[in-house]
Design a protein around this ligand. Structure first.
Ligand SMILES: NC(=O)c1ccc[n+]([C@@H]2O[C@H](COP(=O)([O-])OP(=O)(O)OC[C@H]3O[C@@H](n4cnc5c(N)ncnc54)[C@H](O)[C@@H]3O)[C@@H](O)[C@H]2O)c1
Ligand SMILES: O=P(O)(O)OC[C@@H](O)[C@@H](O)[C@H](O)[C@H](O)CO
Length: 365
């Protein structure tokens, strides 16, 4: 099999992490996106630049080469050809677009496209299972169903702070730190030197989700209300961090008891995340982090899920709920009655969610 990778999603993380990892692992990469202007620029420049803002000795810019850059909408024949030759497919498109990628893989399934591994580099819990469902839902013929079932999609954990400068240019500002791991139980090896495997994907995901995503997102939602412009400003804002402290402090209990982390290990991760997220050279627009509040309030998502788990452990979650209710009130931009109704829809269908709702209602004054 050729060392060819087809990557869907040329946004911040796709260009800032996934494509560079593939390229540095010796793969030729075909970028697939739906943004025609971006694709044209990348094709014309035969790639794009990334800037490592925290490299030793100062900023370090590198050119990331690209075999081709095509549209999943207009270049369907070319895409089919590349998919047939590829030994791995990767995505960084955001959760809501995974079903479109699944359709691209299954719609014109050929014999060559059967059995491809797909690594979804997304901030999505159990991304492999979600992608599997997307594949099955869009398969309507026997051939498509066989293709959907043959695709191996492990769950993943991905982390790097990336900020795209588009539409000004194709440069992505990022950092040296990165993690991209897949579940070894589903995919024992990725065949890509710089994409690793782990036998404890749930623990790795929970650590990154709570100590990085929940921290970054909660800070950004509150920071945006204060008129801050960038993620790093919200991380170093004492008022924002003071408000969030009782909520964020609760996560260690969950990470220690359910996932086996040690207190020192967690303290060291917390410090590492805080330092990275405070990097003032990555101008990550705060609105690209403080997005999709209601999705993130879902029972399996970063804001409510840890509280539900702690409830199960018999922990008093009231201090955390109070902070979360305040964050929702400030960020939702809706009257209290509407917020209450939406929370009922979001949490009320789940037994643990209803317990959380009861506590939350005490704080909606
Ligand atoms: N930006 C970060 O620092 C960061 C860090 C960790 C994880 N993530 C995760 O990475 C994923 C991507 O986030 P992002 O910040 O790069 O978003 P983004 O909006 O910058 O990029 C998404 C890209 O996907 C493209 N796209 C949408 N539908 C498509 C389709 N059907 N086919 C091909 N391309 C399609 C869009 O045009 C866009 O270029 C998300 O799941 C996010 O949670 C991002
Ligand atoms: O992509 P989302 O909208 O699910 O999440 C946005 C942020 O959670 C996410 O981008 C992190 O905060 C970011 O990865 C911090 O580096």
């Amino acid at each position: 099999m050729e060392k060819l990778a087809v990557h869907f999603g040329g946004g911040a993380l796709g260009r800032g992490l996934v494509v560079p990892l593939l390229e540095q692992s010796g793969y030729e990469v075909v970028l697939v996106d739906v943004n025609d202007a971006l694709l044209e620029r990348v094709r014309a420049d035969k790639g794009y630049d990334i800037c490592l803002t925290d490299a030793e000795g100062g900023l370090r810019t590198a050119h990331i080469g690209m075999l081709d850059a095509i549209s999943s909408v207009h270049d369907v024949d070319a895409l089919r050809g590349y998919l047939g030759r590829a030994s791995i497919v990767t995505t960084a498109v955001r959760r809501e677009n995974l079903r479109h990628v699944a359709r691209s893989l299954v719609a014109d399934a050929t014999e060559e496209s059967v059995g491809k591994p797909v690594v979804c580099a997304e901030n999505v819990e159990h991304a492999g299972e979600l992608f599997g469902r997307c594949l099955r839902e869009c398969a309507t013929t026997e051939r498509q169903t066989a293709c959907a079932e043959s695709i191996v999609a492990p769950s993943t954990m991905v982390d790097r702070i990336c900020s795209a400068t588009w539409p000004e240019g194709t440069l992505v500002n990022t950092e040296t730190f990165h993690e991209l791991l897949v579940d070894s139980k589903v995919m024992p090896q990725t065949g890509v030197e710089l994409i690793g495997v782990t036998d404890s994907i749930d623990a790795a995901f929970a650590r990154k989700r709570l100590l990085l995503n929940t921290f970054a997102d909660a800070s950004s939602f509150l920071g945006m209300q204060k008129g801050l412009s960038y993620l790093h400003e919200a991380i170093v804002d004492e008022e924002v961090q003071g408000e969030l402290a009782p909520y964020l402090a609760m996560f260690d209990t969950l990470l220690e008891r359910k996932y086996g982390y040690g207190a020192d290990e967690l303290a060291s991760w917390r410090e590492r995340y805080r330092t990275r997220l405070s990097n003032p050279l990555i101008l990550r627009d705060i609105s690209t982090v403080a997005r999709d509040l209601w999705r993130k309030l879902g029972v399996e998502e970063r804001f409510a899920w840890p509280l539900l788990e702690l409830l199960d452990m018999g922990v008093d979650v009231e201090p955390g709920v109070a902070v979360l209710v305040d964050l929702i009130g400030k960020s939702a931009g809706e009257p209290a009655g509407d917020i209450s109704r939406r929370l009922e829809e979001t949490w009320g269908g789940d037994e643990r969610g209803r317990r959380l709702l009861e506590i939350a209602e005490r704080h909606f004054a």
